[in-house]
Structure formats: structure tokens, C-alpha cells
Design a protein around this ligand. Structure first.
Ligand SMILES: [Fe+2]
Length: 211
């Protein structure tokens, strides 16, 4: 296996930044400004221990689907694939999120404590969600941007708001502490996510609060 290098990761991050700036939308300036403050020099690079999860079986198919949005980004992400450290939030159990959820969900940081650059109160990574999943209402202090690389998926922002179908390349912004949820259908979802600050407090499921 060829080792993943700092330029490989910066290539992906730069491609994401370029795609978001070209698209524009709520939150993009915040994401780009905070990205400009991140230490991404060679000396800041430290590859994580690779780790996989069952949902990673969907990575190749989602990367292939992502090529219609940005082939260069998809190919650059594929270079990183063997080196990614896939994780799950410990509080996300099948009891809360439905049987099989933990086999259909994981995220991998590019910038963040578990990523290739530790970052400065900032996370950027990719989320994989398998088919026919409902990532229930949750919230967190961090303002968050999602950028789906595949389609379609349905997204809700705000308590009791309707789900809206989002396409590949749409920019989705969740202000701090606003409740949000995601539904997938036949196709698995690959999305870029960014937390722009206040990253030390994790997400809380509303279902967990109800006991
Ligand atoms: Fe979130």
C-alpha cells in the first residue's frame, strides 16, 4: 500500500473548499474562513491508525456516484480510502437508532483529533450512511455544514419541520444547537461534513433525551 501523504490530504481538502466556494450558500464563508486558520503544514500531518466499519462496504459505490459531481475529488478521496480511520459515536446504539444502524453508519475525519491534521477546534470529514436509514433528530453546539456527494437523501432542520430532498452538491447548514435529521432511501449516502468550532461537545440524540 502506498502511504498517504500530507499533499494527498490537502488535495482532498482543497477540492472540497473549491467545490463549496463555487457553490456558495449559508455557512460556506464560515467554513472557508475557519479552514484558512487550520495548521495544515507537512509538520502538522500525522496519519491516523486505519480503522474500518461495516458501512465502508458502500464506499466504492458512493465514490463512483460522486464522480458525476467532482471526479477529481472522488479520485482524490479514493487515494485516502485505505488510510481512513472510520469511527462511530459511542452513544449511537441500535436500540436508539434502529436495528442494523451501527452496521450502516460511520464517519472519518480528515481534520480533527482522529484525522490527518489535528486542527484547531475544527473538524472536516466524510460520513457514510447505508440505505434505508433514519439518522434521528440530534443537535450539538458546533455549527455544521453538510455537503452530500451522492443523491438523493432527505434532510430536516428545526423541530417538527418537513424533510427536504437534497441533491448531490447541495450545501446544508445547521446553526449551533439546531435539531436536524437525515433519511436515506435505496442509495447509500456519502457526505462531507464540517464542524467550524465548539467541536469538543458531541452530538446528542433527541431520542436519548426522552429516555
Ligand atoms: Fe449534526
Amino acid at each position: 500500500m502506498t502511504e498517504v501523504t500530507a499533499p494527498d490530504v490537502r488535495h482532498v481538502i482543497g477540492r472540497i473548499a473549491r467545490g463549496l466556494m463555487a457553490r456558495g450558500g449559508e455557512g460556506v464563508e464560515n467554513v472557508i474562513y475557519r479552514l484558512s486558520e487550520q495548521p495544515l503544514k507537512d509538520e502538522n500531518f500525522k496519519a491516523p491508525e486505519p480503522a474500518t466499519k461495516p458501512v465502508v462496504k458502500h464506499l466504492d459505490a458512493t465514490l463512483a456516484a460522486a464522480r458525476t459531481l467532482d471526479a477529481e475529488l472522488s479520485d482524490a478521496l479514493k487515494v485516502l480510502a485505505p488510510a481512513l480511520h472510520w469511527e462511530q459515536s459511542a452513544s449511537y446504539t441500535d436500540a436508539l437508532l434502529g436495528a442494523g444502524f451501527s452496521d450502516n453508519y460511520a464517519w472519518a475525519e480528515l481534520i480533527g483529533p482522529k484525522g490527518f491534521f489535528a486542527g484547531n477546534d475544527y473538524l472536516i470529514g466524510v460520513l457514510l450512511l447505508g440505505p434505508h436509514r433514519h439518522y434521528l433528530d440530534h443537535y450539538h453546539p458546533a455549527p455544521e455544514l453538510y455537503w452530500p456527494l451522492t443523491e438523493p437523501s432527505d434532510w430536516r432542520k428545526g423541530d417538527d419541520q418537513p424533510f427536504v430532498t437534497r441533491r448531490q452538491g447541495d450545501v446544508i447548514w445547521h446553526p449551533s444547537l439546531v435539531t436536524h435529521a437525515t433519511i436515506t432511501h435505496e442509495r447509500p449516502l456519502l457526505a462531507v461534513y464540517v464542524w467550524t468550532r465548539n467541536v469538543s461537545v458531541g452530538a446528542r440524540l433527541c431520542a436519548a433525551m426522552k429516555g
